[in-house]
Design a protein around this ligand. Structure first.
Ligand code: HEM
Length: 230
């Protein structure tokens, strides 16, 4: 066994001692004599060298990292026209590598076309007050039943105290909502007596008119009936 281990550690193959009846090729396992034969008396207890004397580690020149000198290092990439730059002046050729603010940002921002006015609502007319009024059970429709309303009928309701508008084919009485509208009465009156779907959506598409005005529903917008129809 000892000779087997020694050959494994040192890497030097131990020449098998061929015996007449055992072919050399079959000697893959330690020889039977290792278990307690003649080798036990001459057991080798010497500690093998580590790394092995003929190992690749020992063969390597040195594993200490080599400190490269400046001349041995890869040179940095050339900086185009950096040296010839005048501070504060943009050069077209070095526009991509320049640290200057792009010229496009020096233009003043264009003014918004329309200014949205903030409207101060009267006390007691906050969105919460409107929600409370809606759920109070007070009649906000002003009509007994829901109706089919053609544009000609809608047109007749365009005064502040009797204002209707159509949004997505639903006709609402907007009179009670006028003092609660965050955009102001004047803006809301622009859709009185007509289809306000487009103006409403272009102003605040995120507002849920159906929810805001559900208790103000008076009917549904229908196409104008032709004069010939009965
Ligand atoms: C007809 C039903 C309408 C309802 C239920 C309604 C409802 C509302 C609501 C809830 C807000 C507040 C939105 C928010 O804070 O984000 C608002 C704001 C506003 N609405 Fe309306 N609106 C209506 C129609 C209109 C119309 C027809 C116009 C203008 C033509 C208009 C102009 C505005 C404006 C300018 C604001 C902004 C107010 C601000 O920024 O403080 N609204 N509206």
């Amino acid at each position: 066994m000892a000779s087997y281990l020694r050959s494994w550690f040192t890497g030097i193959p131990v020449a098998p001692t061929p015996t007449p009846d055992i072919p050399t090729l079959n000697r893959v396992s330690p020889p039977a004599s290792d278990d307690g034969g003649e080798d036990t008396e001459t057991e080798d207890n010497s500690v093998p060298a580590f790394p092995a004397l003929n190992s690749a580690q020992r063969a390597a020149p040195s594993n200490t990292p080599r400190i490269l000198s400046d001349s041995a290092l890869m040179p940095p990439p050339p900086v185009p026209s950096l040296a010839s730059r005048t501070p504060g002046v943009s050069t077209k050729s070095s526009a991509s590598s320049s640290l200057l603010v792009p010229t496009t940002t020096t233009k003043p921002p264009t003014k918004p076309s329309k200014k949205r006015e903030k409207v101060a609502l009267a006390p007691g007319h906050s969105p919460l007050d409107w929600a409370a009024l809606k759920s109070s059970g007070v009649d906000l429709r002003g009509v007994d039943t829901l109706m089919r309303i053609p544009p000609s009928v809608l047109k007749q309701h365009r005064s502040k105290d009797d204002a209707w508008t159509a949004i997505s084919n639903k006709v609402y009485n907007i009179t009670p909502y006028l003092p609660f509208h965050p955009g102001g009465e004047r803006e809301l009156m622009r859709v009185a007596g007509r289809d306000g779907t487009h103006l409403f959506a272009s102003t605040h598409a995120w507002v849920n008119a159906d929810f805001m005005l559900d208790t103000c529903l008076v009917g549904f917008l229908i196409p104008e009936p032709s004069p010939d129809s009965p």
